[in-house]
Design a protein around this ligand. Structure first.
Ligand code: FPP
Length: 250
């Protein structure tokens, strides 16, 4: 693999180039991981949160600038009330516990998804974490919380319709870039690689618009077992892919 910088000293970390700039992850398998050990599902989610920390920390040395993770989908409300409440508490604890580290590690955090259904206390913590990390730029971590790709497109379309109704936008001027601008992800590049753990091979309403030309990697590893080593192996394999974006290689 090519390495950035010709004159690396012993202490310099070699950063791989040619790898994905934006990696998105569907973190699946927490429940099965816990149940396989006879533990409650929330035990798996807590272990999953520790992996989030490990993978975020691995991004700089892997040359990954943008990491987007699917923490809670618009469909996850269908789980038991106890699991939903446990997850919401976990998100609050995660934000409180990780804020200092995220600032020190120069990570900028953003949240995507509809905040309307989320608890006020959680939303305040999300706003605050976005605010205190707004000046950071080593890694851009985006957490999808109450996120659904269809819901995001529907909300963007509603905004688009309002702009038309208010006379700010002419229908004939609507194109792909109009919708891209109105999505939750408007400031992010499209993901180059989407990883899903736990052996399921489906997209589950994640970044539907944005992943039109993303590469996919499905691994059998359950999310709580997803180490930085496995992450590095997947990223190394990405370099062999031939991305043509619909064109033919000359
Ligand atoms: C899917 O596994 C996982 C989730 C719905 C929750 C993802 C949440 C975390 C990894 C926790 C921490 C995240 C943050 C940002 C702190 P599943 O429960 O569907 O697993 P299963 O398919 O085995 O049942």
């Amino acid at each position: 693999m090519l390495l950035k910088g010709d004159n690396l000293t012993k202490t310099d970390k070699a950063v791989p180039t040619g790898g994905p700039n934006h990696v998105a992850i569907i973190m699946d398998g927490n429940g099965r991981w816990a149940q396989a050990q006879g533990k409650p599902r929330l035990f798996g989610h807590r272990a999953g949160a520790r992996r989030v920390r490990e993978i975020v920390k691995a991004c700089p040395e892997q040359g990954v600038k943008y990491l987007t993770i699917f923490a809670f989908s618009t469909e996850n409300w269908k789980r038991t009330q106890a699991e939903v409440a446990g997850l919401m508490l976990l998100f609050r604890r995660y934000i409180k516990k990780e804020t200092k580290d995220l600032i020190e590690d120069n990570v900028r955090v953003r949240f995507i998804g509809d905040r309307i259904k989320l608890d006020n206390k959680l939303v305040s913590l999300m706003d605050e974490l976005e605010r205190v990390t707004a000046g950071n730029d080593l890694v851009h971590l985006t957490i999808a919380l109450n996120y659904g790709g269809r819901d995001e497109v529907a909300r963007a379309t509603k905004r688009l319709a309002m702009e038309v109704a208010e006379g700010k936008l002419k229908p004939e001027d609507v194109d792909e870039s109009t919708l891209t601008r109105l999505l939750d992800t408007c400031v992010l590049p499209d993901p180059d690689l989407v990883i899903r753990t736990s052996g399921e091979a489906r997209i589950s309403n994640f970044l539907l618009w944005q992943s039109a030309y993303s590469e996919y990697e499905f691994t059998d590893t359950l999310w709580p077992d997803f180490t930085d080593k496995i992450f590095a192996e997947i990223l190394a394999g990405y370099g062999n892919r031939d991305r043509r974006f619909g064109a033919v290689r000359a």
